[in-house]
Design a protein around this ligand. Structure first.
Ligand SMILES: Nc1nc2c(ncn2[C@@H]2O[C@H](COP(=O)(O)OP(=O)(O)OP(=O)(O)O)[C@@H](O)[C@H]2O)c(=O)[nH]1
Ligand SMILES: [Mg+2]
Length: 219
């Protein structure tokens, strides 16, 4: 019985995700689902990318958190359109939440829509939002073993960002092991190292994002 209910939820989510994807495709919008642990640097990365894009892209943001509008306030200060979704305990965003959020954002043709998912390395990977790009952020203090433990997240990624590389000298982070873990799951994923603190790698990531081809036929 429980399985049937779960199947129905997934089916309903998938249908809405396809509607979102059609909408994004019709307006040439690059929707990026950003998934990562709490505190890995999702909001910091979005803010750095907005700065790096300059006038090369219109950027709108959907912020997903269990509670608070802290992250949306940070984006609002930059002057970019932003909607905060509070899941009230839910550990991931779903397609219906994105549909409602997008209705209240005046998205421009060809815009980039960053969707900051709830901080969690498990649940977000199971829920298609209609995005064209899945971006996973790992950060140095979390350790190099994350691809081995949270496989579905890394399997699905189009791009894996390794953030907080400024902390490398202080943490026992085995970069070779990290890369091996990612490549074993997903040999096509681009891996880009960045530091939101020093700005290292941000231009490379911005360039990747501006030129990335959207997979409109995912998930
Ligand atoms: N040293 C260092 N600190 C960073 C870097 N990027 C982010 N931080 C810090 O890490 C903390 C969390 O950053 P956020 O960008 O809020 O992370 P988040 O993933 O959005 O967090 P949640 O939304 O709470 O899940 C903040 O104190 C940032 O200043 C980095 O590259 N290096
Ligand atoms: Mg955040």
């Amino acid at each position: 019985m429980e399985i049937k209910v779960m199947k129905n939820i997934m089916h309903a989510n998938q249908k809405l995700a396809e509607e979102n994807r059609d909408y994004f495709r019709s307006k040439g919008i690059k929707a990026v689902n950003i998934m990562a642990s709490p505190g890995s640097g999702k909001t910091s990365t979005i803010m750095k990318l907005i700065d790096a894009f300059g006038d090369k892209a219109h950027v709108a943001v959907v912020e997903g958190d269990i509670a608070s509008s802290i992250d949306a306030e940070k984006i609002d200060k930059l002057g970019n359109p932003v909607v905060q979704i509070n899941t009230g305990g839910g550990c991931h965003l779903d397609a219906n939440m994105i549909k409602s959020a997008v209705e209240s954002l005046d998205l421009k043709e060809g815009a980039i829509l960053f969707i900051e998912n709830v901080g969690n390395l498990v649940c977000p990977s199971s829920f298609d939002l209609g995005e064209g790009i899945k971006m996973v952020i790992a950060s140095v203090p979390e350790g190099h073993d994350k691809p081995y433990k949270y496989t579905s997240m890394f399997e699905a990624a189009d791009i894996v960002v390794l953030n907080k590389i400024d902390l490398m000298p202080y943490i026992d982070f085995d970069k070779d092991s990290f890369y091996k873990g990612v490549k074993a799951l997903n040999e096509n994923a681009e891996v880009i190292e960045i530091s939101c603190k020093t700005g290292e790698g941000i231009d490379k990531l911005a360039q990747w994002m501006l030129t990335a081809q959207v997979s409109h036929n995912r998930p």
